[in-house]
Design a protein around this ligand. Sequence first.
Ligand code: HEC
Length: 435
Amino acid sequence: MLYRRVMILPALLFLAAQPVTFSRDVAPILFERCVKCHRPGEVAPMSLLDYKSARPWAKSIGEAVAARRMPPWMADPHFSKFSNDPSLTETEISTIRAWVAGGALEGDAKQLPQAPVFVAGWELGTPDVTIDIGKTYTVMPGRDSYEHFIVQTGFKEGMWLRAADLHPGNRKVVHHAHVNIVPSENQAGATTIQSMTSLNDYLVKDGNLTRISQTAPVLDDGCQANAPNLPYLHGAQEGALASYLPGRSPDVFGENRAKWIPPGAKLEFVIHYAPLADPNAQATDRTSVGLYRAPRPPEEVLRRMDLRNFFFVIPPGEGAHRVTRCYAFEKDQTLLSITPHMHYRGKDARYDLIRADGRTETLLFVPKYDFNWQLVYRLHQPLLVEKGSRLVVTVHFDNSANNPANPDPAKAIRWGDKTEEEMMTSWIEYVETKK
Ligand code: HEC
């Protein structure tokens, strides 16, 4: 107690003596935690790069940080720690609130730290190689579509990548996107429904959109003992090279980890275009991926496994409909990150690991899933999981009228590409554990 008082008292005296100012106290926090989104041309509605732009927002900045709405982070802090957790410290929050309470003063501009320098559009700086979809694509107004673009890399030699940034050409219409490596001719990229041929019997095609047929078997509890052997309900599927979801940061593989693009490979872009608000408005897109070369061949090859349950049904009006999917580890693997993916009815998502010896831990709990913030959660430490362990993914869907994002509570919902239908997908980055 004494220790605490000793710590806090000088800080309070200091604050009382010197007004909190933008230049000295607040700008460093905004530069570190906010401006990667809050700068001209980025996702956020206003820039926080300078006093003039930030000042009109002072009150809502104070509220947003106090409520921990900003910076966006959806993981329940009671479980694992994450290396990319951008949450502000209590001290940072009090500094911002003291600034607002004190009249949101500018202070001495000479005390302003150097603003971070951004390369237009690329969070990680200029890519070594940029490859785009090969044409300017015109998005048909008022209609969802899934488009595939296959382009040559032209790589004579392969390339080890330390990062890939899938960059929507037009954020207003690109709802989400993947880029897959197509290593050779006649091979569909991973993560595409085209590559999941054993699902064919259960699918209905609607132009280039796909959904599961109403008559397909139903299995909400993919983890149940003796679950029938439905396609892709067990094991895992190979994931994409990189993906874009609303709010997601670039795919960074790490210093000693990399992904490999073989010589002569093609890239397949899979892009979901969502309808424009104005059904008569036309828009164009030219999405690209920025590739960042690894300095040397890696110690470990980074992989991504995708876990899905295609066979759930969410009854109309149901407020918390549970769907599960399990993964049994058949060898030792080291997990690095988790990304949950659902659509508008996604309510929460939990990842529990049951170790071979029976110990259980929750790796991630997202208590309020939000379609607009589909973040990647990078585990603080790579997590070794032994063969014989089981990962249990449990999600709930809110198909009730209480869910403001729900487009239609009267419908039973199954798996489908459209945003108005649902998905239950997890992407898990891992490396094969060395013996
Ligand atoms: C990952 C991107 C991102 C980061 C990082 C981020 N913001 Fe935001 N912010 C947004 C977007 C997008 C919106 C508009 C949509 C919304 O309100 O959800 C927004 C909205 C806001 C708003 C207005 C709405 C509200 O919730 O009150 C405030 C204020 C705000 N941000 C402040 C901040 C501050 C302060 C930080 C840093 C401490 C920050 N943001 C970090 C993306 C971001």
